[in-house]
Ligand binder design. Sequence first.
Ligand code: NAD
Ligand code: GDD
Length: 330
Amino acid sequence: MNIRGAQVLVCGAGGFIGGHLVNRLLDDGAASVRAVDIKPFEDWYQKNPTVENLVLDLQEKSACIEATQGIDAVFQLAADMGGMGFIENNKALCMLSVLTNTHMLMAAREAGVKRFFYSSSACVYNGEKQTNPDVVALKEEDAYPALPEDGYGWEKLFSERMCRHFSEDYGLETRVARFHNVYGPLGTWQGGREKAPAAICRKVLEAKISGKHEIEIWGDGHQTRSFMYVDDCTEGVVKIFKSSIEEPINLGSDELVTINQLVDIAEEIAGVKLKRNYNLTAPRGVNGRNSDNTKILGYLDWEPSIKLRDGLARTMAWIEQQMLTGVTTK
Ligand code: NAD
Ligand code: GDD
């Protein structure tokens, strides 16, 4: 199915990836875009006045029915989520996103939506495959037998499964991407939901600006991750949406770094060298996680490729601008 000419709905459009996706779908020729989020409009990270913007709580089925009227293509990104600091301490809240996913699937089916995209997460993967920082990258089949991240990961795995059964039993075409840690400008960089790339950029800048050349790092710094720049994410979403890929697929960078290496890069961009204080009781998550991109390369002959150094420089420049102008995110 093509984006060009389609009536498109983006759920979670006031958030980080959803905001970028609205612009990307317009660039791709969507006939119309309806953007929905629960946040008051003034708190949206990006506001595009050329699209239809609605403030709705998509946990309510009636709101999902309103949102899906006349829609061909749904991009379901709305969720209560954040980095490790948020998901470790808000498991019930994370799991309540199951209401949004359930009601959105039901409403999409009833409205005759042609295709439904769902943003899943690398947090669906079995924890036993992520105990070593020196990780073997995660293949799609590593989600089963199931031992996902408590709370948030279980909800994502369940909702992935619901997409599959809505497809098999009701003929609703679904596409599911497992995002690996996404970062970039116009995302959450403070307030408790921020993920490591934005948090480290902010902390490095705070240390530089204050002249107190110290940084707190959660964990021992040896844990590993891969980080995907947001432009690679929206590119991948569009490619997966248009494709014939019916099973959940990794959408992530395979440039693996330790958290210490992430800090090295951030320090180098900012032109500072900081004393590192490791907080061993802070939220840490799995010891190591990387994306195996064999499947996406096989299907699309494409994988995320923006280098962490380049993406982080753009992200840090944006965060610095927010700090200097006193802007806060909610
Ligand atoms: P985000 O928090 O910036 O955006 C999510 C948006 O959903 C928020 O603006 C929020 O207000 C909205 N929302 C929450 N509950 C809602 C409701 N009941 N009704 C309407 N809107 C609601 O997060 P993001 O980083 O843009 O993530 C988008 C999606 O991608 C989420 O589903 C997330 O789980 C998934 N994901 C993101 C990452 C990442 O690293 N950013 C990684 C894996 C998966
Ligand atoms: N957030 C954060 N803030 N993490 C830090 C910090 C800090 O100041 N310092 C070090 N870290 C470490 C964390 O302890 C963790 O080990 C690692 O950096 C990555 O943390 P996050 O970016 O918060 O989360 P994640 O990679 O474990 O999980 C994220 O990505 C998933 C997809 O791959 C989360 O955002 C999940 O919600 C998401 O689904």
